[in-house]
Design a protein around this ligand. Structure first.
Ligand code: MG
Length: 374
């Protein structure tokens, strides 16, 4: 048996579309490394991410709902896995590089602090004078500096395409005029949005923050309901809800694939370079679905993300982070040794911010409780 990376190169040459990113065309890594005998560069990136401690901690970090209310709802890790699953499906239909897609998807939320966006705004507020805090930017810091797994270099030494893909997530908010990223990056962004629209609605229903009937005011949801009703009669509430969520994802993914295929054809892009030079993103829903999706998101924002229960949990979490930030900046000697080592390089505010951002929800609450003990 002769298994080598050249098998992968042949397989990609045969299978991938011309506009897909081929592993053989990678710009490489910051620190040169010999090729692996049988894993391609993006497979190695995926494995490095999966074996990182920041990735494992996603299991105990809030997506939208903290662990106070049972264990049905998504964590940051299960959200990440749903994004990877949806993104790979889309990538395979469009004959894109699934290894690259998977690595990008598994990494995309690795920079999230505990307590979701509440945690992020608190850390951003506290580090305002030192450049602020953004989870997308922090993800890059984790994989280039903070993870320490290899004696030869800091970080994970990921392929440049992975770093560029993550960088664009950060820049997107700050820079309105920019070239579109690789299609693999665009697919992960689209899959992220489909995943959270569907699972945030599902989790909110399970937790009783919403009733099924409330969502009927949203045309996209109503359409999914009608399709489920045309197939099943008299389903109980829970199986019905799950069928609607499945239908919603199916509708969003199918529309995205169809509309993206259409744009691919129309744009005539025939290489990753042509993709990044095109005027707009190619992986996008149809205009009708985009508008309906926006309506669903507005609804979720008002009814779920601003729900008093969610806001109350955020306040508690925010307060814990605030107090711990003050505690550690006043007593940096209480930081763990790995963090203290960085004090001279990064300064106390950034080091404390990194340490807090790395905490899981439960570690943060436990540490906060310990600090409050007399
Ligand atoms: Mg996400």
């Amino acid at each position: 048996m002769n298994v080598t990376v050249s098998n992968l190169t042949d397989h990609e040459a045969h299978w991938l579309a011309p506009y897909a990113m081929h592993s053989a065309e990678t710009a490489g890594r910051e620190h040169d490394e010999p090729l692996h005998p049988y894993r391609g560069p993006y497979q190695r990136d995926r494995d490095r991410i999966v074996h990182s401690s920041a990735y494992r901690r996603l299991a105990h970090k809030t997506q939208v709902f903290t662990g106070v209310k049972g264990d049905y709802h998504r964590t940051r890790l299960t959200h990440t896995l749903e994004v990877a699953s949806i993104a790979r499906t889309i990538g395979r239909v469009l004959r894109l590089n699934e290894d690259l897609i998977e690595a990008l998807a598994l990494m995309h939320d690795i920079g999230h602090p505990p307590f979701g966006h509440a945690g992020e705004s608190i850390l951003d507020e506290f580090t305002h004078d030192w450049g602020g805090f953004n989870h997308n930017q922090h993800a890059i810091r984790i994989v280039t500096e903070l993870e320490y797994r290899y004696p030869e270099f800091p970080g994970l030494n990921l392929s440049k395409e992975i770093l560029a893909g993550q960088q664009i997530r950060y820049k997107r908010r700050n820079d309105r005029v920019q070239c579109p990223p690789l299609l693999e990056v665009q697919v992960v962004d689209a899959a992220d949005s489909i995943a959270y629209d569907a699972h945030d609605a599902d989790d909110a229903l399970e937790l009783g923050l919403l009733e099924l009937d409330n969502l009927l005011a949203v045309p996209l949801w109503e359409k999914a309901v009608r399709q489920v009703e045309s197939r099943y009669t008299a389903l109980d509430t829970k199986p019905f809800r799950r069928a609607v969520i499945h239908q919603l994802i199916e509708m969003l993914v199918s529309d995205l694939v169809e509309s993206s295929c259409h744009r691919l054809e129309k744009s005539g892009v025939d290489s990753p370079r042509a993709v990044t030079q095109s005027a707009t993103r190619i992986i996008a829903p149809s205009e009708a679905v985009f508008n309906q999706k926006t309506e669903l998101e507005k609804f979720l924002f008002a009814q779920v993300y601003r729900h008093p229960t969610v806001l109350a949990e955020r306040t508690i979490a925010g307060e814990a982070l605030r107090e711990m930030f003050q505690h550690f900046t006043q007593c940096p000697e209480k930081l763990p040794e790995s963090a203290r080592k960085r004090l001279e390089i990064d300064g106390v505010a950034r080091v404390v911010c990194d340490f807090l951002a790395g905490m899981t929800d439960r570690f943060a609450l436990e540490e906060h409780r310990r600090q409050k003990e007399p």
